[in-house]
Design a protein around this ligand. Structure first.
Ligand code: GDP
Ligand code: IMO
Ligand code: MG
Length: 452
């Protein structure tokens, strides 16, 4: 495949534990794109777009739809048809009509069935399955991993076990019937072994899902070939990542991760495009760190600064409404994220949230077993024990961010207060990646781009 000079495939990837502001950045970039593709995850994602005085929360539907761009749900995504219907209805109530012209769904995307969230919840309750690592982790009321309980993990398991349903099955009543009846019986036995069960009968599930299948049939498409052809034909394609690098099932803080490959390589396998179709990779990083759910978080803060970040940053999960854990920026994470994704540039978001802090800290290394390491620890046990080594920079306060945005149009980062600029430049140096935009508010326009 050759890629014309004009065409590009730009992957936008979270570089921490999700919620970095990908929705906002994708929406901003979508204006100059022709097609937006989601390639992994499911409705565990919550991407916020604030534009023209309105706020949209997207879970499964790519953020491109807000800008009216054709958007695809790729084969690597797990779709809960009930959640998709709800989301389409909410978007319609908000003035965004999702028609088959706007949205395409790959025939090969996996389907989340009612037993998947039931299994997710049962496992989270059961607890001690991961032994000592989990015992050392802080347990929340949410369960062991602290999943979104949306059935994401069990649906990916079924895909790997080759017993799951795909979108083509959902829209074909005969296959749907066969699979629902066979699987219901099996899944019910598994659930019983975990001391729970499904209240819904196979007849009811089949009837409801067959109706959903009929409603969604017109969205079916070969998203992989559409996306590949678009890039090779000179179109501008955005690949919208969900979750973040440290939630990647292979390279994240396993087992406290999601069940898909969230890193840039995941865009190829999830969307079904050749590696060369991804011509550029941009990371999204919050100016500090947050995490929802359990697992290691060396720079987590439990003091007044943590509360400042939580409150000023309105750090409440978009999907589950849980409070996000907050802490200082960890440059060792950004370095690892760059290694894994090969960022061409970083979008740094929520810089405004740091306004009012006297000093700012960045973790530049970690102390593990009495030794300093410059890398984020690979094993979960080490990551749980890691003690961050900080560098301290001067903070900034009472910044007129509107003025920064106004002046930023001409001056680029020159419009930032000197302390904020020093913070951005230090992040660039530590991560080894240029910062290409700094976001200073939730709205689409609250952004300053670097001047070339
Ligand atoms: P995503 O999952 O990566 O798309 O991020 P979320 O939408 O879950 O979380 C990011 C939150 O921060 C949302 O509420 C956004 O509206 C908000 N946000 C994005 N960028 C900024 C920013 O620069 N400043 C502030 N204050 N809020 C922002
Ligand atoms: P966006 O796309 C933040 C977290 C959950 C849990 C772990 C596993 O909005 O950045 P799962 O339900 O996926 O099996 O849960 O992953 N998680 C996210 N955290 N942002 C997300 O998505 C997340 N999606 C999953 O909290 O710790
Ligand atoms: Mg989110």
């Amino acid at each position: 495949m050759t890629i014309s000079k004009k065409g590009f495939g730009l992957a936008v990837i979270g570089s921490q534990w999700g919620d970095e502001g990908k929705g906002k950045i994708v929406h901003t970039l979508a204006e100059q794109s022709d097609l937006v593709v989601r390639f992994q995850g499911g409705h565990n994602a919550g991407h916020t777009v604030v534009t023209d005085g309105r706020k949209f929360k997207l879970h499964l539907v790519p953020s491109g739809v807000i800008a009216g761009k054709r958007s695809l749900i790729g084969a690597g995504v797990v779709i809960d048809p009930r959640a998709l219907k709800r989301e389409i209805e909410e978007l319609a109530a908000n003035g965004i009509r999702i028609t088959p012209r706007v949205l395409g769904i790959d025939y090969r995307a996996s389907i989340i069935m009612p037993w998947h969230p039931a299994l997710d919840e049962a496992r989270e309750k059961r607890g001690a399955m991961f032994g000592a690592a989990v015992a050392a982790a802080k347990k929340s009321a949410a369960g062991v991993i602290g999943t979104t309980k949306r059935g994401i993990g069990p649906a990916y398991e079924d895909r790997a076990a080759r017993v799951g349903l795909v979108f083509a099955d959902l829209i074909d009543a005969t296959t749907l019937r066969e699979k629902v009846f066979a699987l219901h019986h099996y899944e019910q036995r598994v659930l019983h072994s975990l001391h729970c069960g499904l209240a819904e009968s196979p007849e009811r599930i089949y009837a409801e899902y067959a109706t959903l299948g009929r409603e969604f049939a017109l969205f079916a498409c070969d998203a992989a070939s559409e996306a590949s052809d678009a890039v090779s034909g000179g179109a501008r394609v955005l690949f919208e990542g969900a979750q973040g690098t440290f939630l990647d099932v292979s390279f994240g803080t396993y087992p406290f991760v999601t069940s898909s490959n969230t890193i840039a390589g995941g865009a190829c396998v999830g969307a079904g495009v050749p590696p060369r179709a991804i011509t550029r990779v941009e990371g999204v990083a919050k100016a500090y760190t947050t995490r929802v759910g359990n697992g290691p978080f060396p720079t987590e803060l439990f003091d007044a600064i943590g509360r400042h970040l939580q409150e000023k940053g309105a750090e409440i999960g978009t999907s589950t409404g849980r409070r996000r854990r907050c802490g200082w920026l960890d440059a060792t994470m950004l370095r690892r994220a760059h290694q894994l994704n090969g960022f061409d540039g970083l979008h740094l978001t929520k810089l405004d949230v740091l306004d009012g802090l006297r000093e700012l800290k960045i973790a530049v290394a970690h102390e593990v077993h009495g030794k300093q390491v410059r890398e984020f620890p690979i094993g979960v046990r080490d990551a749980l024990r890691a003690r961050p080594v900080y560098e301290t920079l001067r903070g900034f306060a009472n910044v007129d961010w509107k003025k920064v945005v106004r002046e930023g149009k001409k001056k680029g980062f020159g419009a930032l207060p000197s302390e904020a600029l020093a913070y951005v430049r230090r992040i660039e140096a530590l991560a080894g990646v240029p910062v290409i935009s700094v976001s200073v508010g939730p709205r689409r326009e609250d952004i300053v781009f670097a001047k070339n």
